[in-house]
Ligand binder design. Structure first.
Ligand code: PEP
Length: 250
């Protein structure tokens, strides 16, 4: 059985003070939620506040990106895996569609960042997903195949075993348009088949594949009813404690 993971991606929202008050409300609401792993990925400047606030709880903290050099150096504006690890992060989101759309992220840089995360002892949450025009052209599975082939299929089996995949159809992110549970499950099945082809049956059965794209308290149950869906990567609805807690406690 794969333990569900509910991960909140705070994007560029919240200050350290707002982070502390989120945790104050959120932690009691998820204190009895052993059925799933819970992760909050705040902006870099909020990580210290989140780690301090989450201390003693089962809620983990992660980054939203990292640079691919694991050595310190002259890379203005970047944050490394060892820095995230030292700050108390357990995981890091890699290849979010907003990074791909606005900041030039490619499958090649996704792979480099994934390797850096693994080298730093961080769990990479690697995002893949098609754009609207690709879905409308019937190219969803082809897009997923390319993103997988040019990205995480190049890891060793030992490295791959530490990866979480997030299927995030770009047209569903921040738009209020959710993939139906069946659409999401179809894409997850396609991804699991790719994993099986590259790494074998056991790896395919073990890998957690999250769905992301306008997950809300009122649609999470339907999504999680699909055995293929192992949790959610949640943007907007993770910013408010009661809302994200009801997603965790689906
Ligand atoms: C995300 O940021 O990964 C995301 C899925 O956002 P939202 O839930 O707001 O669509």
């Amino acid at each position: 059985m794969r333990k569900p993971l509910m991960a909140g991606n705070w994007k560029m929202y919240k200050t350290p003070a707002e982070t502390a008050s989120f945790f104050e409300k959120f932690l009691p609401l998820v204190a009895n939620s052993p059925h799933c792993d819970v992760l909050i990925c705040p902006p870099f400047v909020d990580i210290a506040a989140a780690v301090a606030a989450a201390k003693g709880s089962s809620v983990a903290v992660g980054g939203q990106n990292l640079y691919w050099s694991t050595k310190e150096g002259a890379f203005t504006g970047e944050v490394s895996g060892p820095m995230l690890k030292a700050a108390g992060c357990a995981s890091v989101i890699i290849g979010h569609s907003e990074r791909r759309q606005y900041f030039g992220e490619t499958d090649e840089t996704v792979l480099k960042r994934t390797l850096a995360a693994l080298e730093s002892g961080l769990q990479p949450i690697v995002c893949v997903g098609e754009r609207l025009e690709e879905r409308e052209a019937g190219r969803t599975n082809a897009v997923l195949e390319t993103q997988f082939r040019d990205g995480i299929s190049k890891l060793t089996p030992e490295q791959f075993a530490k990866v979480v995949i997030a299927y995030e159809p770009v047209w569903a992110i921040g738009t209020g348009k959710t993939a139906t549970p069946e659409m999401a499950a179809d894409a997850h099945r396609a991804l699991r088949a790719l994993v099986q082809g590259a790494y074998g049956k056991d790896a395919a059965a073990a890998v957690r594949i999250l769905y992301g794209g306008s997950v809300k308290p009122d649609n999470v149950k339907g999504l999680m009813a699909q055995p293929e869906i192992d949790g959610a990567l949640v943007g907007g609805a993770s910013l408010e404690a009661v809302s994200f807690a009801s997603i965790v406690n689906f």
